[in-house]
Ligand binder design. Structure first.
Ligand SMILES: CC(C)(COP(=O)(O)OP(=O)(O)OC[C@H]1O[C@@H](n2cnc3c(N)ncnc32)[C@H](O)[C@@H]1OP(=O)(O)O)[C@@H](O)C(=O)NCCC(=O)NCCS
Length: 233
C-alpha cells in the first residue's frame, strides 16, 4: 500500500510543477483550493466505496462549499491530479480520470443521460483541459490530449489530439512525443547548414560551367568575312 504522506508530498510537488506562481510549501498547503478539493474528494471517495454513501455526499457538499469545486464522491481520480484555481469545476459520478491530469477553473465533466449507468467522460493520462471547457457524455479523451479553454466536447478525442471550439474540433491530430532520449535521431542544424551551402556551391559551379561553354562557342565561331569594299579601308 502507498504511504498516504508520500501521496500528500506528491500532490504538493504537482502543484509546484503545474503552477509557476507557486512560491513555497506553506502557500501551496493553505492557498490552493484545487489541492484541498482533491484531498477532501479522496476522503469522500473512500467513504463512498465503503458504502457510506450519505457521509461521502455530505463531505463532497462541504468540499463544494469550501472550495467551489464539485466532485461527486463516486468519481475516480488518478495520481498527480491538479485543478488550477478550482472555482466552478464539476466532475460527475461516473467520471474516470487517469494520472497527471490538469484541469483549469470552470471545467465540467458532465453527463447527457438520466440513465443510472456510465454517463460521464473517461479522461486518459497527461490530459490538459482548459478553463471553462465542457465535456459531456461517456466519451473517452485519449492520453496526452489537450482541450482548449471554452470548448464543448461531445465526441471522443484521440490520444495526443488538441481539440478547440464549439463543437470541439481537432486542430492537431497526433503530437509526436519529443525524442529527447534518442539523441542519435535529433536533427543536426550545423550539418544541415553545411549541406545547404555545398548544394548551392554545386549549383553555382554548374551555372558557371554552362556560361563558360556558351562563351567558348561564341569565341570559336569563325569571324565573319568583312565585305571587300570595306576590307582595305
Ligand atoms: C488548446 C490549447 C492547449 C492549444 O494551444 P496550442 O497548441 O499552443 O495551439 P495554438 O495556440 O497554436 O492554436 C492552434 C489553433 O487553435 C485555435 N485555438 C487555440 N485555443 C483555442 C480555444 N480555446 N478556442 C478556440 N480556438 C482555439 C487557435 O486560434 C489556432 O487556430 P488556427 O490554427 O486556425 O490559427 C490552448 O489554446 C488552450 O486553450 N489552453 C488552455 C489554457 C487555459 O485554460 N489556461 C487558463 C489559465 S487561468
Amino acid at each position: 500500500m502507498v504511504n498516504p504522506f508520500s501521496i500528500l508530498k506528491e500532490d504538493v510537488k504537482t502543484a509546484f510543477a503545474r503552477d509557476p506562481a507557486a512560491r513555497n510549501t506553506l502557500e501551496v498547503l493553505f492557498c490552493y483550493p484545487g489541492l484541498h478539493a482533491l484531498w477532501l474528494h479522496r476522503l469522500a471517495h473512500f467513504l463512498w466505496r465503503h458504502k457510506l454513501r450519505l457521509s461521502g455526499r455530505l463531505l463532497s457538499h462541504l468540499n463544494r462549499f469550501l472550495t467551489g469545486v464539485e466532485i461527486h464522491p463516486g468519481a475516480s481520480i488518478g495520481r498527480r491530479f491538479f485543478i488550477d484555481h478550482g472555482m466552478g469545476v464539476v466532475i460527475g459520478e461516473t467520471t474516470e480520470i487517469g494520472d497527471d491530469v490538469l484541469l483549469y477553473q470552470g471545467v465540467v465533466l458532465g453527463g447527457t443521460s438520466l440513465v443510472k449507468a456510465k454517463r460521464h467522460p473517461t479522461i486518459g493520462d497527461n490530459v490538459v483541459i482548459g478553463a471553462g471547457a465542457t465535456l459531456l457524455g461517456p466519451i473517452t479523451v485519449g492520453d496526452g490530449a489537450r482541450i482548449g479553454a471554452g470548448s464543448v466536447v461531445v465526441q471522443s478525442v484521440s490520444p495526443g489530439a488538441t481539440v478547440v471550439g464549439v463543437p470541439g474540433r481537432a486542430v492537431e491530430e497526433e503530437r509526436r512525443p519529443v525524442l529527447d532520449l534518442e539523441h542519435g535521431r535529433l536533427p543536426d542544424p550545423v550539418s544541415e547548414a553545411i549541406r545547404h551551402v555545398l548544394a548551392e556551391q554545386e549549383n553555382l559551379a554548374q551555372r558557371l560551367k554552362r556560361l563558360e561553354e556558351s562563351l567558348k562557342v561564341h569565341q570559336d565561331e569563325p569571324q565573319q568575312e568583312k565585305p571587300d569594299g570595306m576590307a582595305h579601308g
